[in-house]
Design a protein around this ligand. Sequence first.
Ligand SMILES: NC(=O)C1=CN([C@@H]2O[C@H](COP(=O)(O)OP(=O)(O)OC[C@H]3O[C@@H](n4cnc5c(N)ncnc54)[C@H](O)[C@@H]3O)[C@@H](O)[C@H]2O)[C@@H](O)CC1
Ligand SMILES: Nc1ncnc2c1ncn2[C@@H]1O[C@H](COP(=O)(O)OP(=O)(O)O)[C@@H](O)[C@H]1O
Ligand SMILES: [K+]
Length: 478
Amino acid sequence: MFVLSSSDIRFEEEKLFSMGQTPLALMSIVGAMSALKFIEDFKNVCKVVAVCGKGNNAGDALALLYNLKLKGYDCSIYQPWGAATEECRVQRELCRSLGIEETSDLKSADVIVEGLLGVGFYGNLREETLKLIREINNLNKPIVSMDIPAGLNSDTGEPQPDAIRAAYTYSIGFLKRGYLFRQSYEYTGKVIVIDIGFPPPENGLKIFTSSDAKTLIKKKDDFSHKVEKGSLLVWAGSKQYPGALRLCLEGALNMGVGMSFSIVEDEFSILPPETIPIAERDFISNEIDEKISKKFRAVLIGPGLTNKRETFIKEFVSKTSLPLILDADALFPDIVDLIKDKEVVITPHEGEFRRIYKNDSDRVERFEAFLEQFPNITLVLKGPNTLVGKGSQKYVVPIADCDLAVAGSGDVLSGMIGALLSTGYDTLTASLLAVFVHAIIPEIARQKNMRVTRSSDLIKLLKALGGFENIIESCDFI
Ligand SMILES: NC(=O)C1=CN([C@@H]2O[C@H](COP(=O)(O)OP(=O)(O)OC[C@H]3O[C@@H](n4cnc5c(N)ncnc54)[C@H](O)[C@@H]3O)[C@@H](O)[C@H]2O)[C@@H](O)CC1
Ligand SMILES: Nc1ncnc2c1ncn2[C@@H]1O[C@H](COP(=O)(O)OP(=O)(O)O)[C@@H](O)[C@H]1O
Ligand SMILES: [K+]
């Protein structure tokens, strides 16, 4: 599954048509496939009214309607402005031939199917359409929107100026880009992609699912040495934020690293018993035992460090050939130029991303622009629907879950990514797997009557649920 902009959707449609597919045939597939979903969502046979505009979005609603009629639903049509496209007229005739009648009585509907506007919508709603949309919303009936809730801009997720408030949106072929943004949530309801057989698109973000994750997990090697199993050096935490270091290390340890090292300011730092401390002054003066430094397989720098040691960190980062993960306080405003040719993951949240990369466009555009400009850097842009990418490979982990919005949850994530990097996963795979596992833990916990209320719960559950491989294997909701 992919998330596309409206222009990319048009492009993919045109590509399909140039290969001989027709809009009418696609509409029939939309009708059949969305009827399967509708019957799942509304099991009891009921009265359905399709509210239709003039274009092919109305055609989709009508194609769904006659499939429902054939399944015994009581169906009628409200199409106040008639049909403007040939395809829409054909669907309408099919409805008529099956005895589906017209109505203007929307109040008697149990469910409304909305086919007013789809990707043909541009600008602001015309007055009459806006009025109808508000009337429909005020009925307080469950609404199924075909493709896009009418009035919503499919690229920005903004209502123009209002939109249908759907219970379900049946997004045809692809997810719309606007559905990634917070403002769209109150309009789309639950978004379901109706697969109508589009081949993989040329552009767009790929939705990362458990089946993708399952294919990426490496087999365990029971003959491996503790260093081969993953050996991570962490430079995090400070007197001000001592907890950040613990969260990174525990995250890494529960992902299964064989060894962990931590740079510490003083010998009183509280570390997990498995972690080997390295005095900061020795590290900075390059006086650590070579036997130890040869064991590092990846380095994580940043969470809770505050602004100390900037010059040294930049120097170290420029020189090292180890895979790196830079988070939080290691994301200095000018860091990108130093790391652009390195094997590196950066994990900014929105604010940190603005600090290191100035660009005025929206979140997704900024993400894509960064990847194009710095194709070697793996970028994890955190937040609801975390974006993960490298060069032309662009993914979204489609989870918005406020149980993850707890202080220190990002520290756990960076430890998890660091762990996988140190076991030999490449930067993109390590990031995708860790972000995915981190994001699904709260839902898996809820399914077992547990709850994430603090970031250390993420660490405990990572272990209690049997490790990241088992968590991925047991995921059935995405
Ligand atoms: N293009 C195709 O062949 C396919 C299209 N499909 C469906 O067709 C939809 C796109 O169909 P269309 O391109 O016909 O467009 P729509 O049906 O989305 O909208 C076209 C109508 O919207 C009106 N409109 C545009 N802006 C408006 C505004 N600001 N206020 C009020 N009315 C406005 C136009 O006057 C026109 O009558 C998709 O969303 C999807 O549901 C699918 O069936 C798959 C195949
Ligand atoms: N509403 C949300 N839905 C999904 N994930 C979220 C949400 N809020 C926060 N997260 C995730 O939680 C983590 C928070 O990281 P970060 O902002 O660095 O916090 P901290 O610095 O406190 O650790 C990120 O992985 C982010 O993607
Ligand atoms: K619609």
